[in-house]
Design a protein around this ligand. Structure first.
Ligand SMILES: *[C@@H]1O[C@H](CO)[C@@H](O)[C@H](O)[C@H]1NC(C)=O
Ligand SMILES: *[C@@H]1O[C@H](CO)[C@@H](O)[C@H](O)[C@H]1NC(C)=O
Ligand SMILES: *[C@@H]1O[C@H](CO)[C@@H](O)[C@H](O)[C@H]1NC(C)=O
Ligand SMILES: *[C@@H]1O[C@H](CO)[C@@H](O)[C@H](O)[C@H]1NC(C)=O
Ligand SMILES: *[C@@H]1O[C@H](CO)[C@@H](O)[C@H](O)[C@H]1NC(C)=O
Ligand SMILES: *[C@@H]1O[C@H](CO)[C@@H](O)[C@H](O)[C@H]1NC(C)=O
Ligand SMILES: *[C@@H]1O[C@H](CO)[C@@H](O)[C@H](O)[C@H]1NC(C)=O
Length: 173
């Protein structure tokens, strides 16, 4: 009984290793929650929050606040500096708004009900995606090392896979 449950744990350990360290999963987009657990509220300095984050194309920025009390407008720099809505290109008011940052530019968001003057404004600079760490270091001029890496990768994967299924099958019978 104890033996089979430890095999079970081992199986899941190797499946975990296989899935999360060997599979070429893309780096997932980050959701940046404005103000973290303090949310989108008056009396905060969101410049300090923004300075503590790095934004990449494809990331989300999300605003959490009391619905019907506050809202979010995307404006330009003039709107941000002066707390005006003439330049608004978008507005959100669900209380839990996810906004895709899909351009390399500086975005400006303000609250549209007067609380912008009480600090409810945030500006974020969105950077292009960093190059993937492995492909940027390996070059077409080194095909043999690239090929050996692929072989090593496949070999490791199938090794872990067969080991995992061996254990899994053993537990099942
Ligand atoms: C917020 O913090 C930034 C960075 O320290 C500072 O430059 C800015 O004046 C502050 N804004 C307010 C409204 O206090
Ligand atoms: C900056 O980020 C660190 C780590 O996530 C956190 O501990 C700290 O409170 C943050 N500071 C501000 C001003 O958000
Ligand atoms: C924004 O406010 C500044 C003063 O804070 C003023 O000089 C400028 O004309 C204003 N811009 C607009 C477009 O209202
Ligand atoms: C922002 O938009 C307003 C209204 O469309 C415009 O007058 C102003 O020049 C714009 N400011 C910037 C910095 O683009
Ligand atoms: C908010 O956005 C909607 C479209 O999504 C638009 O019809 C509406 O006029 C906007 N509201 C304001 C106050 O700009
Ligand atoms: C960015 O997203 C907005 C809406 O979320 C969409 O209208 C726009 O076409 C997108 N732009 C790009 C370059 O994908
Ligand atoms: C890739 O190879 C080219 C031509 O051999 C070389 O000029 C370039 O510096 C290499 N880049 C990297 C990142 O090794």
């Amino acid at each position: 009984m104890a033996l089979s449950s430890s095999f079970f744990i081992l199986t899941f350990f190797f499946l975990f290793v296989f899935l999360f360290t060997l599979s070429p999963l893309p780096v997932s987009a980050t959701d940046h929650i404005v103000g973290a657990n303090r949310g989108w509220n008056p009396g905060m300095n969101y410049t300090l929050w923004a300075n503590n984050h790095t934004f990449y194309v494809g990331d989300f920025i999300s605003f959490r606040y009391q619905k019907n009390q506050y809202n979010v407008f995307e404006v330009n720099q003039t709107g941000y500096d002066n707390c005006t809505l003439d330049s608004a290109v978008g507005n959100w008011s669900s209380g839990k708004d996810f906004i895709l940052l899909n351009k390399t530019m500086r975005y400006y968001f303000i609250c549209g009900n007067g609380q912008c003057l009480n600090g409810m404004k945030v500006s974020v600079l969105v950077h292009p995606l960093p190059p993937p760490p492995t492909s940027s270091q390996h070059n077409h001029s080194a095909p043999s090392s690239a090929a050996s890496m692929v072989l090593e990768y496949l070999g490791l994967n199938s090794l872990f896979l067969s080991f995992a299924f061996l254990l899994f099958g053993f537990v099942l019978v």
